[in-house]
Design a binder for this molecule. Structure first.
Ligand code: AMP
Ligand code: TRP
Length: 356
């Protein structure tokens, strides 16, 4: 039997080139290697932890499904599904919640990035006295607004992610480097469950690409993120947008094409993107552009990116013309996924003694 591979992406906005080079492109390459049994899903439940408009959610889901398919994920080779259509994800999450410590979740850097104030306050309370937690909402020295803005889903996010992975017995989880800490938790929870209830789960490994952290175009010391759309290069941007965004990308004041991620963040990020798209080594890419100035390099890069995504843009447009087809693909995939997930759930219920 082939090793099992699972990964998901949230339907929370357009995919940028970081999502593509850190995750989606790799999904397609791994699928096409024929070495894995692949499950790729739309993490709609995860996406509910950020502010959203219910009228837009379905569009975001279908849009991401079209991204998957247009990029080359093939429902004949991989199981493509919608997280919320497989109820076992939420069910297993609850059970895993009961073996997860608050401390483990408070350490997650993604949570710290998304709700820094709340985490600080909770930690202060824990340090003082654990029982104070019960009084969180009424304590005067707590900034209640901050606390109330942070939903519990944001806190529990990595446990749902753990359920996503463990249900399918994944060996490999391809992700960008911002997800590695969550995978550590996945392994730790699998171990904890197995120790307490008997061998049930596999401890999965993360798999990174050569570009596990694509940096922002405007602020290349930070990672490219959907939450800052102005510094993203979106994979469905039209050629003119691509040209303008790359032309305006922050680069240092030098003029020579040199790869040095320590001092030349912006230029090195563009060189990384170029190398990842062409499939060449960075050193070779630097050699190719040596002697050119920044604007010549940027022009060429814009053409390389724009040509790379030309077929993708066309396919995506066609796919978006039929919502029905996209929905059918998701529901067929979800049925297949649920068959596998339900078996694992039955085993879990049995192990913990709630199967009658
Ligand atoms: P998300 O949009 O948060 O669901 O992320 C989808 C995938 O893209 C995850 O595997 C992330 O780790 C990956 N990812 C997000 N941002 C970046 C980035 N700037 N560079 C590389 N990978 C990224
Ligand atoms: N948390 C991931 C992200 O933000 C998305 C995700 C949810 C995921 N469940 C997963 C990735 C399971 C891999 C495996 O990018």
């Amino acid at each position: 039997m082939k090793p099992i591979l699972v990964s998901g992406i949230q339907p929370s906005g357009r995919l940028h080139i970081g999502n593509y080079l850190g995750a989606l492109k790799n999904f397609v390459d791994l699928q096409d290697s024929d070495e894995y049994q692949c499950y790729f899903f739309i993490a709609d439940l995860h996406s509910l932890t950020e502010p959203f408009d219910p009228k837009e959610k379905q569009r975001q889901i279908l849009n991401l499904t079209a991204d998957f398919l247009a990029a080359g994920i093939d429902p004949k080779k991989s199981t493509i599904f919608l997280q919320s259509q497989v109820p076992a994800h939420s069910e297993l999450m609850w059970i895993l919640n009961t073996i997860t410590s608050m401390g483990e979740l408070l350490r997650m850097t993604q949570l710290k990035d998304k709700a820094p104030e709340t985490i600080k306050q909770i930690k202060e309370l824990i340090a003082k006295n654990m029982s104070d937690l019960e009084a969180i909402a009424i304590r005067e020295d707590i900034n209640e607004t901050q606390m109330n803005l942070t939903n519990v889903g944001l806190f529990d996010y990595p446990v749902l992610m753990t359920a996503d992975i463990l249900l399918y017995g994944a060996n490999i989880v391809p992700v960008g480097d911002d997800q590695l800490q969550h995978l550590e938790l996945t392994r730790s929870l699998a171990r904890k469950f197995n120790t307490r209830f008997g061998k049930t789960f596999i401890e999965p490994k993360g798999l990174l690409t050569k570009t596990p952290r694509v940096m922002s175009l405007k602020n290349p010391e930070k990672k490219m993120s959907k939450s800052q759309p102005e510094s993203c290069l979106f994979i469905d941007d039209d050629p003119e947008d691509i040209r303008q965004k790359i032309a305006r990308a922050t680069t240092d004041s030098g003029s020579e094409i040199i790869y040095d991620p320590e001092t030349k963040h912006g230029l090195s990020n563009l060189l990384d993107i170029c190398a990842a798209i062409t499939g060449k080594e960075v050193s070779m890419t630097v050699r190719e552009f040596s002697g050119k100035n920044y604007s010549e390099f940027k022009n060429q890069l814009a053409k390389i990116v724009s040509d790379h995504f030309a077929a993708f843009r066309e396919k995506k447009k066609k796919l978006l013309a039929s919502d029905k087809k996209l929905k059918t693909i998701l529901s067929a995939g979800s049925k297949k996924a649920a068959d596998v997930a339900d078996k694992k759930m039955a085993d879990v219920k049995n192990k913990i003694g709630i199967a009658l």
